[in-house]
Design a protein around this ligand. Structure first.
Ligand SMILES: [Zn+2]
Length: 414
């Protein structure tokens, strides 16, 4: 854990970083008035609950890992708020249910920005919006869709979701869908056990349509074949919105060296994710203890938040005991993955994500208010202001801009 006094120091460091580039000599009034290149921190994956931006879940103050107050406190300028739908059996009925849930989340994000807090948060529809909105002192909300399952087999939904603000689509989640194979197939849904499936013909058409619209293609959760296919098929660079590094910790969700090099050669970016079980090796004993705890409190897909108070307390106590025996990942582990990726594929292809609200969070960066700790650890490892700017947002925004340029080029070529 990071002591409170240390946290204050770290926050001060982060605050200094934010204004380090303001001209100090004031040689000309115009130069002094122009804050050049302030650090923009962007987290590319923040999940929201279905009842987000309702009276029970206030986006500013709700007990979530990311809310507007915590973003402000931690100096987190921008986040991709996620329209996530879980994978279920591929039936017309389930496609319709997924689309209803997606619309609920789109509406919630728009309600937050357009109705509840228009003075505090604004939706970014273009890469260039991010620095403009952050420069105006507001939180930047961008939108990503997690799980191409939401399209069913109807690619025209992409046009509709683009209009709603979606700027990336994670092709698959846990379980294969009509577009792509997952890194974690679900035999109970009829998937082959091994993650060998790549992009389908329909998935190829979806990527083409995303290229033409200006939606980033996201390979996180995809199988290795899905990642390599997407990189090959996409006319624009692709992203991994929340994945970590197999070379540091072997996990089905992490990207291996070959995939990372292909991503780099294509101009893309991996947004290393602060997700405990991807960042460090978990022993069979620890996994068994976690499984036993989940069974004891009858944890459902709703997560710990959906448990009644007595079982929640039981769960929290059990988790503390497990953490005491097997310490969870820290900000240092997160930056170990970043370091490895930077050494392998270079400073221009690595970014950061939290997966807050979706199981993410590590000791030292367990909610948006602790964002300064990540910046401080990068500094401690010797990254320059310029490098930190690239990692925190510059690289992803470059890819977003390239995706916009590709869309414009394809439109003109038509
Ligand atoms: Zn995810």
């Amino acid at each position: 854990m990071i002591a409170a006094h240390k946290f204050r120091v770290i926050t001060a460091v982060a605050a200094t970083l934010l204004c380090a580039c303001t001209p100090k000599d004031g040689r000309s009034p115009s130069a002094a008035a122009q804050p050049s290149h302030p650090l923009i921190t962007l987290d590319s994956h923040d999940d929201i609950p279905l009842d987000f931006a309702t009276p029970s879940v206030d986006p500013a103050t709700a007990d979530l890992q990311v809310n507007l107050d915590k973003m402000k406190a931690g100096g987190l300028n921008a986040g991709f708020f996620i329209v996530y739908v879980g994978q279920t059996a591929r039936t017309e009925e389930n496609y319709a249910k997924a689309q209803t849930d997606a619309e609920t989340k789109f509406a919630a994000i728009h309600r937050m920005a357009d109705e509840l807090y228009p003075n505090r948060v604004e939706i970014a529809y273009r890469a260039a919006d991010v620095s403009r909105i952050a420069g105006a002192g507001k939180v930047v909300a961008a939108i990503g869709i997690e799980n191409g399952f939401v399209l069913g087999k109807n690619l025209e939904k992409l046009d509709e979701y683009y209009e709603r603000g979606a700027r990336y689509v994670t092709l698959a989640h846990n379980g294969n869908n009509d577009l792509a194979g997952s890194a974690q197939p679900r035999p109970e849904l009829g998937d082959a056990a091994e993650p060998t499936m790549g992009i389908t013909a329909l998935g190829g058409e979806a990527i083409d349509r995303m290229n033409r619209l200006g939606i980033m293609v996201d390979i996180s959760h995809g199988s290795k074949q899905t990642a390599l296919d997407a990189i090959r098929l996409s006319a624009a660079p692709v992203i991994a919105s929340h994945s970590s590094i197999a070379g540091v910790s072997a996990h089905a969700r992490n990207l291996d060296d070959e995939t990372l090099r292909a991503l780099r050669d294509d101009g893309g970016v991996v947004q290393v994710v602060a997700y405990d079980s991807y960042l460090r090796h978990q022993s069979d004993e620890e996994l068994a203890a976690l499984r036993a705890l989940r069974e004891r409190v009858a944890l459902t897909a709703g997560g710990p938040g959906a448990l009644p108070p007595d079982r929640r307390a039981d769960y929290d106590k059990g988790l503390l005991e497990i953490h005491a025996q097997w310490p969870p990942a820290t900000v240092k582990d997160l930056v170990n993955h970043i370091d490895y990726a930077v050494k392998l594929i270079g400073i221009d292809h690595v970014g950061i994500s939290s997966d807050f609200g979706g199981g993410g969070g590590v000791v030292g960066w367990n909610d948006a208010s602790e964002t300064g700790n990540v910046t401080a650890e990068l500094r401690a490892r010797g990254y320059s202001d310029e490098d930190i700017g690239k990692i925190w947002s510059g690289n992803l925004l470059r890819v977003w801009g390239a995706v916009e340029e590709t869309a414009a080029r394809l439109k003109n070529a038509r």
